[in-house]
Structure formats: structure tokens, C-alpha cells
Design a protein around this ligand. Structure first.
Ligand SMILES: Nc1ncnc2c1ncn2[C@@H]1O[C@H](COP(=O)(O)OP(=O)(O)OP(=O)(O)O)[C@@H](O)[C@H]1O
Length: 340
């Protein structure tokens, strides 16, 4: 089978893949289910369906933690399995991978090794900083910009990137993402109602309530377990409780945005104020987040059209353009930045 080119954006919550041959982007949950510590039971969306619902001999695990690969073998197996599910998968293909910047070189190299040292026998592997991939996905002029601020609100992390003159000027990876919002919701429901809800139920509440837009009387019914009687039941949860829970993690992100702006050189800061902040990542789908950030930071804010696939769309554009290809680099070339 002829060789293919893949763009990979490996997130802690979801893997996004661009397949050049079919010119498609697809995504699957970054989850693996393992039986009795050795047998792979399910991968991707199928494994996520089983999350918090499995018997004790099946463990459902996320191979990435806080934006980096924490279980290398599981991650490698999961990725190969998902790619093989696609009809176009061919050994010896080329890969362009989006990686976080504010991590150690060893953590960054793990993304590279994932496909280099695998049965996929990659022909060529290049990496791109995720902030740059996001900017390209937003159709922004990375090469000539005097100042861009990209905020990628992901499942486990929020990555802040400041770009000017064709490269990253400042970058910060916050360990706050959608799952922290969900955890805060589950904790507050437990504390206020003695009611235990799962991670997925908390995520559904956070996604389905208009946290920034619904009125104060809005309520939703959630399934859980009464902690006093131990009986499973459904209870009404008010929007105010969800609002109170997500307030602190969101404020943490705002503070980090403002702190990074303070560290930015004045000329670049001026351009950012003119161009605004660009929101990407799955949590950016939350209606009203854009306005909330605008009010909190005093900087105009824009959300990408499909924020969760913005970085992988950038990879697609990089793969398809001779001009943009130079933004990707190999980690084994002599001129790889950290070796110089
Ligand atoms: N419509 C939506 N409304 C609110 N939140 C959403 C929506 N769609 C996705 N999300 C949230 O987005 C998060 C996943 O975003 P994304 O796919 O960008 O993360 P990731 O890249 O896997 O993680 P990370 O970048 O932290 O490694 C999840 O927390 C999910 O609940």
C-alpha cells in the first residue's frame, strides 16, 4: 500500500488524527481498558464508554497525564490500534506531531519515539509546537505577526502561547483543564448534597449547563448515589452549584494569562492587545467563555470555529503546504534546537 502522511495531535482526553490519503480528520478518546493487568480489552471511544462502569479486573486508563505521555507502552499500543482501524493505514508512513512546549525534552521526545520506535516503522517523523499548529489552524500569519496570544483549553491542561516573528516567544502549560472543572463539580455536589456523581456525569453537567448564560433557576437531573443511604438515585443539581465549582479553576487560568501578559515584551504586548486572544481546545466550545475572558482580561477574545480540532487542522495545513513545512522539525537532525 502506498505511504501515507498523518498529522497527530495527542491530547490527554482525545487523540485527533489527520489522514492525508483520505483527507479526513477523526478523533477518538485517549483511553485504554486493560483486563487483569495484561490483556487489552478495548481502546478509544469504546474504552471510554466503560469508564467508571467496569468490574474490578478491568482497569480503564488514560495513557497521558497533564499533557504528557505517562504510560508509554499503553499509548503506543492504543495509537497503533486506532490507526490500523483506518483503512488507509500503511507502514512506513510519515508523521507530523503537535507537542506541548513547556515540558521537559525527555517528555517531548516521548511523542517522537512513540512512532519512531514502533511497529509502524515510520519513514519520517517531525514535530511542531502545539501553539504554532493552533495558529496555523486559525489561519493566522505566524511568519509575519508582531504578537499573537493563543490559549488552548484542553482536557487536562491549558496551554498559553505567545507567538511573534515566526516563532514562540513565551509558553506556559497549566495543569488545569476540563477534567479539573469536572472534578470540582463532582466534589462540590458531594460536599453540598452528600451525593456521589461520576466523572462523566460531572462532565455532562458542566457541558450542558450554560454556565455563563443560563439564568439562576436552571437545574438538571443527575444520576448518582446517596452517600448516607447508599441508594442510587437521581437528584436535581442547580446551575449555581456548577458555577461555584468552576469559578476557581477558571480564575486560575485568567491569572496565568494576565501574568504571562506582564512578562511579555511591551511591543509584542501592544500587538496582542490589537489582535486579541485566540481560544482553541475542547473547553473553548463552552458558550460564553469568550465573553468571560474578555471581561476578566480586558482583551478582545476570539474562538476558533472548531476549537478542539484547531491544532490538527493546523497540522493538515502544514502537511499540505511547502511554505509551512519548515515549521515542523525532526528531533534527530543535527540542527535540532536543544542540541545546539
Ligand atoms: N461542547 C463542549 N462544551 C464544553 N466542553 C467541551 C465540549 N467539547 C469538548 N469539551 C471538553 O474539552 C475537553 C477536551 O478538549 P481537548 O480535546 O482539546 O483536550 P486534549 O487535547 O485531549 O487535552 P490536553 O490538551 O489537555 O492534553 C474535555 O474536558 C471536554 O469535556
Amino acid at each position: 500500500m502506498a505511504k501515507n502522511v498523518y498529522g497527530l495531535d495527542l491530547g490527554s482526553y482525545e487523540i485527533k488524527v489527520y489522514d492525508k490519503k483520505s483527507d479526513t480528520i477523526w478523533k477518538e478518546k485517549n483511553v485504554i481498558a486493560i483486563k487483569e493487568d495484561r490483556e487489552i480489552f478495548a481502546v478509544g471511544d469504546q474504552a471510554y464508554e466503560m469508564y467508571e462502569k467496569t468490574p474490578p479486573d478491568i482497569q480503564v486508563q488514560f495513557p497521558m497525564e497533564n499533557g504528557v505521555i505517562s504510560r508509554f507502552n499503553d499509548m503506543q499500543y492504543l495509537l497503533q490500534n486506532l490507526l490500523k482501524k483506518e483503512r488507509h493505514f500503511a507502514r512506513g508512513s510519515a508523521y507530523v506531531i503537535a507537542v506541548p512546549t513547556d515540558v521537559t525534552e525527555v517528555e517531548k521526545k516521548a511523542f517522537f519515539d512513540l512512532v519512531v520506535h514502533s511497529t509502524a516503522r515510520a519513514r519520517e517523523v517531525n514535530i511542531v509546537e502545539r501553539g504554532i499548529a493552533d495558529a496555523i489552524g486559525l489561519n493566522l500569519d505566524v511568519e509575519n505577526t508582531k504578537g499573537l496570544f493563543i490559549v488552548n483549553f484542553g482536557g487536562a491542561t491549558t496551554e498559553l502561547s505567545i507567538i511573534a516573528g515566526g516563532g514562540l516567544v513565551l509558553n506556559q502549560l497549566l495543569k488545569v483543564g476540563g477534567s479539573d472543572l469536572d472534578q470540582a463539580v463532582a466534589q462540590l455536589v458531594r460536599y453540598n448534597h452528600d451525593f456521589l456523581i461520576g466523572h462523566q456525569t460531572a462532565e455532562t453537567l458542566r457541558r450542558n449547563f450554560g454556565v455563563f448564560s443560563d439564568d439562576d433557576n436552571a437545574v438538571m437531573t443527575a444520576a448518582g448515589r446517596d452517600l448516607i443511604t447508599g441508594i442510587p438515585q437521581r437528584r436535581e443539581i442547580s446551575i449555581n452549584l456548577v458555577r461555584a465549582a468552576v469559578k476557581e479553576p477558571l480564575e486560575q487560568c485568567v491569572q496565568a494569562i494576565m501574568a504571562l501578559m506582564d512578562r511579555t515584551p511591551p511591543e509584542i504586548r501592544k500587538s496582542i492587545r490589537r489582535n486579541g486572544i485566540f481560544l482553541t481546545g475542547g473547553v473553548a466550545n463552552l458558550p460564553g467563555l469568550e465573553l468571560y475572558l474578555e471581561e476578566m482580561t480586558g482583551i478582545r477574545t476570539h474562538t476558533a470555529i472548531d476549537p478542539d480540532i484547531c491544532a490538527v487542522t493546523g497540522l493538515k495545513n502544514i502537511i499540505g503546504s511547502k511554505d509551512l513545512k519548515k515549521l515542523a522539525y525532526s528531533m534527530i537532525e543535527d540542527n535540532y534546537r536543544w542540541m545546539r
